[in-house]
Design a binder for this molecule. Structure first.
Ligand SMILES: NC(=O)c1ccc[n+]([C@@H]2O[C@H](COP(=O)([O-])OP(=O)(O)OC[C@H]3O[C@@H](n4cnc5c(N)ncnc54)[C@H](OP(=O)(O)O)[C@@H]3O)[C@@H](O)[C@H]2O)c1
Length: 284
């Protein structure tokens, strides 16, 4: 069972690498952005023809949420052009695509967890390009999974947890927004969920109607302030942490006020057990 992973130097790519050895039955082929630039169709064709994957996990993306506001063409090229190329190659070579999307496709005006059926309405360029990436995959492919996730953190790459740990070492006080609610996702938990879907599919336990969109994050919800507080507490870092409003911390991209994802579908279809975010955070 050959699984090609794009964007392998990123957070999710490295999380997948960290668990790969546990799955001796899976031949993971990891490609970083130099080995496989998803915006280059010819390179995609050559790499897929060489590796001959049965599955492709697309962990490559443009993820700089604020920077996307000032370089929308680059964000679009990677988050829409990339998925078009991958979907075309997957279709030609009969490869099942697992693509990662985001809670930032929602506007955040909901007060209850978003299901896969809720109507997206992104508020920024990053969210718009990620949504368009979903739309092109749906238009080109039948055998695909789009996994929407949120607030991904890990020991790898750049993420909120690592920023808080760095600031915790550097500063005596810190202000973090307390009026944006979501759910942190441990990248390793996401990686394990993706591998579970791959196994399910490989065992031909997936019917045609079960391809499509799924939500995955950890369970529970919190604000960025509460997330920061827990990170500092677990790491025994003492500093003056202050809750602030989004209006006190302006950013180029507008973020959803509420973006908790409902995980009922992925739990029911694949039997995936989802850990609470506090429990998963303790593991790091
Ligand atoms: N991080 C979050 O909080 C979060 C939340 C919700 C959803 N997601 C989604 O989760 C997925 C994984 O995110 P992540 O946190 O692992 O992102 P990440 O750490 O920023 O990694 C993204 C990777 O994509 C690679 N990449 C960029 N352009 C590429 C191209 N043209 N061809 C091939 N690779 C390219 C980057 O390589 P270089 O470093 O070489 O440029 C990088 O290694 C993404 O789809 C993201 O939208 C993330």
């Amino acid at each position: 069972m050959v699984v090609l992973v794009t964007g392998s130097s990123g957070q999710l790519g490295q999380a997948l690498k960290s668990i790969a050895k546990q799955y001796i039955e899976v031949d993971f082929e990891f490609c970083n952005s130099t080995e496989l630039d998803i915006t280059d169709l010819e390179q995609c064709k050559i790499v897929f023809a060489k590796i001959k994957p049965k599955f492709c996990i697309n962990a490559a993306a443009y993820t700089a949420v604020d920077k996307a506001e000032s370089e929308p063409e680059k964000a679009r090229l990677i988050n829409v052009g990339g998925p078009i190329n991958l979907a075309q190659v997957c279709k030609e070579m009969d490869v099942i695509l697992l693509h990662i999307s985001t809670d930032f496709i929602f506007d955040g005006i909901s007060t209850k967890p978003y299901t896969e059926e809720d109507i997206p309405n992104p508020t920024g360029i990053y969210g718009k390009t990620k949504l368009d990436g979903e739309i092109v995959i749906h238009a080109i492919l039948e055998k695909y999974f789009i996994i929407r996730t949120s607030w991904v953190y890990s020991q790898f790459g750049n993420n909120f947890m690592k920023t808080m740990l760095r600031l915790g070492r550097e500063r005596d006080s810190l202000s973090v927004v307390n009026d944006q609610i979501g759910t942190p996702t441990n990248a390793v938990d996401l990686a394990e969920a993706l591998v579970k879907i791959v196994h399910f599919c490989h065992a031909e336990l997936v019917s045609a109607s079960q391809f499509g969109i799924y939500n995955f994050s950890n369970e529970g919800q919190c604000s960025w302030y509460e997330f920061a507080k827990k990170i500092l507490e677990i790491n025994k870092m003492e500093l003056d942490l202050q809750p602030i409003a989004t209006s006190d911390y302006p950013t180029p991209a507008k973020r959803p006020r509420y973006s908790v994802l409902d995980k009922s579908k992925i739990k029911k279809v694949f039997g995936i057990k989802v850990k609470n975010w506090k429990e998963s955070l303790k593991k790091l």
